[in-house]
Design a protein around this ligand. Sequence first.
Ligand SMILES: Cc1cc2nc3c(=O)[nH]c(=O)nc-3n(C[C@H](O)[C@H](O)[C@H](O)COP(=O)(O)O)c2cc1C
Length: 266
Amino acid sequence: MLKPVSFRYGKGQRMRQMELTSEAQGQIDMNVTIVYGTQRKSCTYNIAQSLVRNLGQAEIKEIFLPKDLPEFCVSCFKCFSDENASCTHDQYVQPLREKLVWADLIILTSPVYSFHVSGQMKVFLDHFANMWIVHRPEQNMFKKQGVVIATASGPVFGQTLKEMKDSLDFWGVSNTYKLGCAVMNTDWKNVDEKIKKAIEKKTKRIAQKICKKHRKITQKGSAHVSFRVRKWFEISRLMQKYGRFNPPDVAYWEQKGWTKKVKPWK
Ligand SMILES: Cc1cc2nc3c(=O)[nH]c(=O)nc-3n(C[C@H](O)[C@H](O)[C@H](O)COP(=O)(O)O)c2cc1C
């Protein structure tokens, strides 16, 4: 369906131009940031690649963990208490944040490690806790889509998917798809062809839904935001308006007009 026509490699970034066949025509350009919960290019990596192959014309930025964020959160609390939400690890965190803000679609991936996300994915998510709705969410998150991908040897990916989806929901991402795969192996090249085909079918279906929604968001300039995100936005709005627990958060919400009637997804 899609034919790669050129690749360009840059620092932490890869651009893939896809030549559209008639089947894919009508799909529109999309910025995609993929976060890999390990540096191992095996099952999880290949499933993420299958998804983006089906997205049509996409510009892709990739984040590999732990390479791109090799430090644990040191609990300095600056991201919550500083007016400009700085971080002890800003040299790593700021470029990653830019990649997240730039994307129309954020894909978080992790193999299942002991029923949960990989340690390095947890470290990554911890570094963006101040971007949660209850603190200072990025305004344009509410017009983005998300996908979480987890692979496991057996059918035990539920908790891992939930852990990544929690962050996307609480960052305000309008809608997130879940893709869990029991690959019954530890190496992509040994995964049964039947399983690979079933996964390809799933990634195609999710890609179609994403493209359809992306087109709507682009045309309307607003997104249909999931119930969970809207619920937490409203809870946070009341917290900022009446609780006023953390002054930098309150100032941020007031400056955006969100404590009144303004909604970030409109
Ligand atoms: C440290 C570690 C812990 C793991 N824990 C589980 C587990 O709890 N359940 C499971 O089904 N597979 C577990 N696995 C297997 C991986 O989730 C599985 O092989 C996955 O598909 C590997 O993804 P990758 O090829 O992208 O690295 C574990 C693997 C490792 C290395």
